[in-house]
Design a protein around this ligand. Structure first.
Ligand SMILES: Nc1ncnc2c1ncn2[C@@H]1O[C@H](COP(=O)(O)OP(=O)(O)O)[C@@H](O)[C@H]1O
Ligand SMILES: Cc1ncc(COP(=O)(O)O)c(N)n1
Ligand SMILES: [Mg+2]
Length: 486
């Protein structure tokens, strides 16, 4: 697997390093690691100092497959040979291993190279040697590495400031001392015994993950921003309201430019008041000249005049990462776009979009054909992508028993298979998916990873089984929050 620089930075959050010595009767390294990955570890390194090479390689191969399943980077400690032999995502080495060698050339440009460092000079040298991240420690006393010096938070901060690559803190970190690293600017924490010596490695992982999240909260300067250009849904489940909730929950600062006010609920759309083109332009000018969005999601656009103004402003500001959800009909069946506006949408907006996300009925309109089979979905996506020079995600939420979506991007097809969640309350699924994709693009994830992460968020919101209103109700966008603050 290939990981972008941003993905590697985010994956530092909770960096797990294996230690077989704590395994209990009946447990295997793979079974414990699966538990750890399931509970949210964002990176895995195999470090088994006492295993001979062939046994090490065997364990590493199993863990590599596991990490691929969870889309988490997997690196091998110390051995470049084994990392290459099993085609791991990369290798982690100490200072001693980089002297006089060109490790970057040895492993190739696509592999992740992690290097340990304990001083500013070592960190700078590691970056110069082509490292993708550095592991800095030991920050606290540790049982796994004898004679390690302890670094102060000030020293850690100095090291973080001296390099541009991500930094993960290591050495004796556990749930009780993790908070002491606050203010150090690290991108995450690496742990061994805090997870592997725990009676419940899964729970230890999720506890450490939430502590790591608090530690690595985006500083205001680093906060990514996203803009939703859509209609207001007064019932809160779709449109602007769904978009703002989704973007917030996906960790970006959310803004809105409203194209229409709708009076709707879970059963129907009662009235629509369209925004004037001039007022849409003013909203866009206020946003783009002050807090420039890192990504833009476009939803309901009731008429062609609004589409024209929007396209002109997006070109003028050279907006980045535009995700276009071509909302034509609401889940409740009401028309949200004039039929005559479809032509303008195709001509003006599709070519500006990085991604367009039609459901099946919308894909039929955009590709001018009927779609009934997976092959027809693929052909329609290819047609739309090639005609309008954008990536296309055709959503299968309207099929029976499946929630499979097809991504066509740059001539490549990728199916995202989703479990169909038996929840009839799907008001706003399309809005939520497109906003979550935009939020992830704003954070620097690749298109494919953004789609995958967005589907995961959507499944969480659907699985919370909220049941409000008499019709197809909204989802719980805050399913992963408790609502309690201390
Ligand atoms: N019951 C469900 N379980 C899981 N995913 C679903 C379900 N219904 C829709 N989805 C997903 O929600 C997203 C939106 O799809 P869809 O409902 O087709 O769009 P729209 O809301 O625009 O009509 C897609 O990723 C789809 O796979
Ligand atoms: C203002 C507004 N925008 C979009 C939708 C589509 O909702 P869905 O995501 O269910 O297709 C909606 N019902 N209202
Ligand atoms: Mg929709």
């Amino acid at each position: 697997m290939n990981f972008s620089k941003e993905e590697i930075r985010h994956s530092m959050l909770l960096y797990a390093i294996t230690d077989r010595t704590w395994l209990k009767e009946g447990e295997t390294l793979t079974s414990i690691c699966e538990d750890v990955l399931k509970h949210g570890a964002t990176f895995l390194q195999i470090r088994e100092k006492d295993l001979e090479p062939s046994a090490f390689q065997k364990e590493a191969l199993e863990l590599k497959a596991l990490c691929a399943k969870y889309q988490v980077p997997f690196v091998v400690n110390d051995s470049v040979e084994i990392a290459l032999a099993i085609d791991a995502d990369g290798v982690h080495v100490g200072q001693g291993d980089i002297q006089g060698k060109n490790l970057r050339a040895l492993i190739g440009k696509d592999k992740i190279l992690g290097i340990s460092a304990a001083t500013v000079a070592e960190a700078v040298a590691a970056q110069a040697a082509g490292a993708d991240y550095i592991g800095v420690g030991a920050v606290f006393g540790t049982s796994t590495k004898k004679n390690a010096r302890n670094l102060s938070v000030e020293k850690l901060r100095e090291i973080c400031a001296a390099v541009t690559i991500p930094v993960v803190a290591i050495g004796g970190i556990h749930a009780l001392n993790l908070r002491k690293l606050s203010g150090s600017q690290v991108d995450g924490v690496a742990v061994i015994s805090a997870i592997f010596s725990s009676d419940n490695p899964g729970k230890a992982t999720s506890d450490l993950l939430s502590l790591a999240r608090q530690l690595v909260q985006p500083t205001p300067r680093l906060m990514r921003t996203a803009l939703s250009i859509a209609g207001s849904d007064c019932s809160g489940g779709a449109g602007i309201q769904a978009d703002l909730k989704t973007m917030t929950m996906n960790g970006v600062y959310a803004m809105s430019a409203i194209t229409a006010l709708t009076a709707q609920n879970t059963t129907k759309v009662e009235k629509i008041v369209e925004t004037s083109p001039d007022f849409l332009k003013s909203q866009l000018d206020m946003i783009f000249t002050d807090i420039f969005p890192d990504a833009v999601k476009i939803g309901m656009l009731p008429n062609a005049r609004l589409i024209e103004v929007l396209a002109e402003r997006l070109r003028f500001y050279q907006a980045k990462h535009i995700v276009l959800d071509p909302v034509m009909v609401a889940t409740s069946g009401s028309i949200l776009m004039e039929t005559s506006a479809v032509l303008t949408l195709k001509k003006e907006l599709l070519p500006l979009a990085e991604l367009v996300t039609p459901n099946i009925p919308e894909a039929e309109i955009l590709s001018e054909r009927k779609i009934t089979t997976p092959e027809e979905i693929e052909a329609a996506a290819e047609f739309i992508g090639k005609t309008y020079h954008c990536a296309v995600l055709i959503k299968g939420g309207h099929s029976v028993n499946t929630a499979n979506d097809l991504l066509w991007a740059d001539g490549q097809m990728e199916w995202f298979y989703g479990r169909c969640i038996p929840n009839p309350n799907t008001h706003g699924t399309g809005c939520t998916l497109s906003s979550a994709i935009a939020a992830n693009l704003a954070k620097g994830y690749s298109l494919s990873t953004s789609v995958q992460r967005a589907k995961k968020y959507l499944s969480g919101a659907l699985s919370a089984m909220l049941d409000l209103g008499a019709g197809s109700g909204p989802m719980n966008h805050a399913f992963c929050l408790t609502g309690e603050f201390s």
